[in-house]
Each structure stands twice: as C-alpha cells, then as structure tokens.
Design a protein around this ligand. Structure first.
Ligand SMILES: NC(=O)c1ccc[n+]([C@@H]2O[C@H](COP(=O)([O-])OP(=O)(O)OC[C@H]3O[C@@H](n4cnc5c(N)ncnc54)[C@H](OP(=O)(O)O)[C@@H]3O)[C@@H](O)[C@H]2O)c1
Length: 189
C-alpha cells in the first residue's frame, strides 16, 4: 500500500500573531531562516501565490516549490517549480515524498488548518518589542496567522516539543529578534 506523506506546516509568528507585511516577513531573523532551510531541505514546499511573489518569484533551491494559484505566473523555466490549483492536488501529485511542507502565507495556512490537513506544525515564535509597537499603531498594514497560536495548539490535540539548537543558546539571543522553535505533533484523530 502507498505510504501517505507526513503533512508538515512551518511558520514564524511575531507579536500580535503577525506573519507578514507587503508580501514579506516584517523582521530579519537569520536563525529562523536557517531553521526553515534545515527543516524543509529536500522536501516539496507549498506556497501561496502572494508569498511566492514576495520571494520575487524565485523558487527555493534543493526543494520542489509548489505554488498554489488560479493563474500561472510567468517565470523562468525551473525544474524545481510547479503551479498547482489546490493544496490537495499538490499533496496527491507529490505524495511519493515522505514529507510535504505547507509554507504559507495566511490563506494557505487557513485552508490547511480548516481542513485539518496538518500532522506536524513547526512554529517559530518571534519576540520583537519594536515591531509590536508598530503593529499596534498600524494594524492594517500587516498579515496575521489565521488562529491565535497561544490557544490553538491545545495539549489534547497536539504534543508540544521545543527544538533547541546548540548553536543558538538562549544567552546569545538577539533582542531585536528572539526566536523560540517549537514543534507540535497532531495526536491521533
Ligand atoms: N512568517 C511566516 O512564516 C510566513 C510564511 C509564509 C508567508 N508569510 C507572509 O504571508 C503573507 C502572504 O499571505 P497571504 O495570505 O496574503 O497570501 P498567500 O496565502 O501567500 O497567497 C494567497 C494566494 O494563494 C492562492 N490560494 C489561496 N488559497 C488557495 C487554495 N486553497 N487553493 C489554491 N490556491 C490558493 C490564491 O492565488 P490566486 O489569487 O493567484 O488564485 C491566493 O490569492 C506575506 O506577507 C508573506 O511574507 C509569512
């Protein structure tokens, strides 16, 4: 029988549940970029069309980039890039991989959560006091994660684990972008 891939999601969430502004992330956090790269490397990654545009329509290396859209965007030919019309069709077409990553943005996360598609959720929590002030002053400028991460991952449904990187000891944290890496595994449905 064909093995079903583990459906993972990965997101970095800042103060007030913010994930983006103007199609990019409103912080620069090298530790989180490394975490994203290490975690997703080699696996298909699903992105929404707006997030892909925020990446200047450049697919990530070493991963099959699956872009959800009703349109086909003009890009240079790239073996690592495919356009798909739904998350399910991406999962079905590339389900031969052991894991598939849902990589946002907000619309894509919302769809995957509403349909209860996610088996493992990688959540980076970003602390940034300046950004929090800016978000509170101008909330309409930002894109938000569709659920409150502090209440969504209940222990009845999700088993929580913190990922500690030896290269990122807590005493060396950058106060402008303090990152905590969490992993939530969905309990049996
Ligand atoms: N902090 C993080 O970890 C993180 C991660 C990823 C993204 N982001 C941020 O999130 C923001 C973008 O989020 P967003 O919600 O505006 O846009 P998005 O989810 O990236 O893209 C939305 C587009 O995806 C397509 N789409 C959405 N749902 C679909 C579905 N079920 N099936 C097929 N296609 C679907 C539609 O494209 P068409 O209109 O072409 O049909 C829709 O307009 C950016 O600021 C980005 O930086 C943050």
């Amino acid at each position: 029988m064909k093995q079903k891939p583990v459906i993972c999601a990965i997101v970095a969430v800042g103060p007030e549940n913010v994930i983006g502004r103007d199609r990019v992330m409103p912080w620069h956090c090298p530790d989180d970029l490394k975490h994203f790269r290490n975690t997703t490397m080699g696996y298909p990654c699903i992105f929404g069309r707006k997030t892909f545009e925020g990446m200047k329509c450049k697919p990530l290396d070493g991963r099959l980039n699956l872009i959800c859209s009703s349109k086909k965007i003009e890009t240079a030919n790239d073996v690592n890039l495919r356009f798909v019309d739904s998350i399910e069709s991406a999962i079905n077409a590339f389900g031969c991989h052991s894991k598939i990553f849902v990589c946002g943005g907000a619309q894509i996360y919302k769809y995957a959560l509403d349909k209860d598609l996610i088996d493992v959720f990688y959540l980076t929590k970003i602390k940034n006091a300046d950004l929090q002030q800016q978000v509170l002053q101008n909330p309409k400028l930002y894109t938000y994660f569709p659920v409150n991460v502090d209440s969504f991952f209940t222990p009845e449904k999700w088993e929580k684990q913190e990922i500690i990187y030896p290269s990122n000891p807590k005493q060396n944290i950058n106060p402008a972008c303090e990152a905590t890496f969490l992993m939530f595994t969905r309990r049996a449905r």
